[in-house]
Design a protein around this ligand. Structure first.
Ligand SMILES: Nc1ncnc2c1ncn2[C@@H]1O[C@H](COP(=O)(O)OP(=O)(O)OP(=O)(O)O)[C@@H](O)[C@H]1O
Length: 210
């Protein structure tokens, strides 16, 4: 379902990155570990089509993501890929509900799943609250809900536990896993957080040991 082959990347004047080849099926989970600066966010952005590799293939289903661009890429991403960013990309003056509706709007998918999702993530009672009134953990859940609102085939999470205490870190990882399992999505978590290591069996480490 997701296949990465021969992917190479380099920022202007930066050192080149070789991304290891791997394949994931629907429902599979992968942890990409690496210390700070090893290229975890870079990989995630390549997988999500936010950065174009210099060479190689990023295939999701029958689509070569690295060959899409512009509106086609945006539409494909909106429909098939949910990204939980390191810093929540949610609009804080809007309510929780409005943030989800915005995600629905941009990908042209109706919001029939929004309430259920908020209930599953334990923040349904906050749906009318403005995001800037939420705690960090709650805001993180909104950003997970937003990433999942469009029933993605692939969920990408960048350091989803970085700012959370042990208890909430475990809750967030389990929520991501539960959601991925329930909706047969592939899940990739990139992190340097050693606490996540015990939760995902399938792991690769980039840039040497973390
Ligand atoms: N836009 C950019 N232009 C040039 N170099 C960049 C850019 N973004 C990242 N880099 C460099 O690429 C390398 C990898 O960065 P990246 O953010 O992917 O690492 P990371 O493993 O996610 O780090 P962290 O765990 O600290 O978030 C770093 O050396 C970084 O300085």
């Amino acid at each position: 379902m997701l296949e990465i082959k021969g992917v190479k990347f380099q920022y202007d004047k930066g050192k080149p990155f070789d991304i290891p080849d791997f394949q994931l099926n629907a429902g599979d989970q992968l942890l990409i570990l690496g210390k700070s600066g090893s290229g975890k966010t870079t990989i995630l952005n390549i997988l999500g089509g936010l950065l174009k590799p210099l060479a190689g293939e990023v295939r999701l289903g029958d689509t070569l993501i690295n060959q899409l661009s512009g509106a086609k890429l945006d539409k494909f991403r909106g429909k098939h890929i949910g990204i939980v960013f390191q810093k929540p990309h949610i609009l804080s003056p809007l309510t929780v509900e409005e943030n989800l509706k915005l995600a629905n709007f941009f990908s042209g998918i109706n919001g029939d799943r929004n309430l259920e999702l908020l209930q599953e993530l334990g923040i349904a009672d906050k749906r009318k609250a403005k995001v800037n009134t939420l705690s960090e953990g709650e805001a993180q859940r909104v950003s997970i809900a937003r990433a999942l609102a469009n029933k993605p085939d692939l969920i990408l999470a960048d350091e989803p536990t970085a700012s959370l205490d042990d208890q909430n870190a475990e809750i967030v990882v389990k929520l991501l896993q539960e959601q991925a399992r329930k909706h047969h999505a592939a899940l990739i978590i990139v992190t340097h957080d050693q606490r996540v290591k015990d939760h995902v069996v399938n792991q690769i480490t980039i840039g040497g040991l973390s």
